[in-house]
Ligand binder design. Structure first.
Ligand code: SDX
Length: 370
């Protein structure tokens, strides 16, 4: 009798390659970007510094910092024809569809070669232009005209300006920046791996990013930050959380924002973003939402022993910042574009086509009859 081949469903536990970009350590519950603890980067650095770190391997010097900031500001405006295309997208489509289309459009008009230097410039172009696309999409869905980027404002402040026409309190801008740093990179997660698979065929960077957006959209991955807020909106206060959860679990529903393929003792990024959520909730007087959020997490731990993942604090945080729920996953893209493009470069630098095997379980050999 043939031995059953060992199948690694969902590639769980499989080491598919090496990486020098980040280290997710479930044992010590830690996350390092190029050796730096992500919490320390949140405390002392900007999202642009972290982009530089992920792309180049090191934090920027002051002159590199300034050069990067100037280039980012210069690359924010988008072409008028892309703006027209965005305005023509159906408002019934998900904002991730708008973003996927925009990246495809940006790729179609980029005539640069596919070499490492050109890829570095494409990565920065996407980091700079995606916030402009997301802000336009949020505004058009509210029946509002686009607001041009403001080069006197840094990355996060400019994004608020383009989305809402004003910049909130420094604590809120900082909380947004922290969320961008925490979402930036997480090793071989589904969307990053997708981008690496596309890259491994020697396809182009934009195609890999479009594929990454497609993978991130799903609720088991980035789409969870939206699902968390939909779920919290269904619960009428902290005293209802337990009953809501029992009913959902009895119906065999997945509780969004909980569990993780790698972290089994809690997501290393959660305490940092939870602190930002609490700060913003205090500023916005959102005690009730915060209490419901805490009550559901406590009940989930009692019932299933599962910890929240990063999407659990991110959902309500983005809600309190004023973004509509369907815009939350595009905010994740604005950040993860750094990790995806760092992995695309790493894949290309030592490429091997990603092409696993499948254990065939279908019908055996049979004769075709005329
Ligand atoms: C992200 O990998 C990354 O790095 C991703 C990410 C990143 O930075 O890129 O961290 C971002 O995608 C976070 C995850 C966001 N997704 C969700 O919040 C969706 C809800 N969570 C789950 O569906 C689930 O926990 C996953 C998808 C995150 C992980 O799934 P696994 O590793 O395949 O685990 P599993 O589904 O096999 O669950 C094991 C057990 C099962 O119970 P049993 O069959 O053993 O009895 O735990 C249960 C599951 O039913 N379980 C849940 C649950 N998560 C796990 N039950 C209810 N609700 C949940 N959320």
């Amino acid at each position: 009798l043939d031995e059953e081949p060992e199948v690694h469903k969902g590639l769980a536990g499989v080491l598919a390659d090496t990486t020098s970009i980040s280290k997710v350590d479930a044992e010590t519950n830690s996350l390092l970007y190029r050796g730096y603890p992500v919490q320390d980067l949140c405390a002392h650095r900007t999202f642009l510094d972290v982009a530089h770190l992920l792309w180049s391997g090191d934090l920027p010097t002051p002159s590199e910092q300034q050069a990067l900031s100037e280039r980012e500001k210069a690359l924010r405006p988008i072409d008028r024809s892309l703006q027209t295309l965005l305005m023509q997208m159906p408002t019934t489509c998900h904002p991730m569809d708008t973003l996927r289309t925009a990246v495809s459009w940006l790729g179609s008009e980029d005539v640069q070669e596919d070499d490492p230097q050109a890829n570095a410039s494409k990565s920065l172009r996407l980091l700079a232009a995606l916030p402009t696309v997301v802000a336009i999409d949020q505004r058009r869905r509210r029946g509002l005209d686009p607001i041009a980027p403001d080069p006197s404002l840094d990355y996060s402040a400019n994004f608020f300006h383009m989305t809402f026409g004003s910049v909130p309190e420094p604590e809120v801008v900082r909380a947004f920046e922290v969320s961008m740093i925490l979402y930036a990179e997480h090793s071989f997660n589904a969307s990053t791996f997708t981008a690496r698979v596309v890259t491994s065929t020697l396809s182009d960077l934009y195609s890999a990013v479009v594929a990454g957006i497609g993978a991130l959209k799903g609720p088991l991955h980035g789409g969870a930050n939206e699902a968390v807020m939909h779920m919290l909106s269904e619960i009428d206060g902290p005293e209802e959380a337990e009953a809501w959860l029992s009913e959902a679990l009895a119906a065999k529903k997945k509780i969004m924002g909980f569990g993780h393929r790698v972290y089994k003792r809690g997501d290393s990024r959660v305490p940092t973003l939870q602190a930002s959520l609490e700060e913003v909730a205090a500023l916005r007087g959102a005690d009730d939402l915060l209490a419901t959020h805490a009550a559901l997490a406590a009940a989930m731990f009692r019932e299933k022993g599962l910890h929240p993942n990063l999407d659990y604090p991110a959902g309500p945080l983005y809600h309190l910042m004023g973004f509509d729920i369907p815009m939350f996953t595009p905010l994740f893209v604005m950040s993860r574009i750094t990790g995806w493009t760092a992995h695309i470069s790493e894949q290309l630098a030592a490429n091997s086509l990603i092409r696993p095997l499948a254990a065939y379980q279908g019908t055996g050999w049979r004769q075709v009859t005329a």
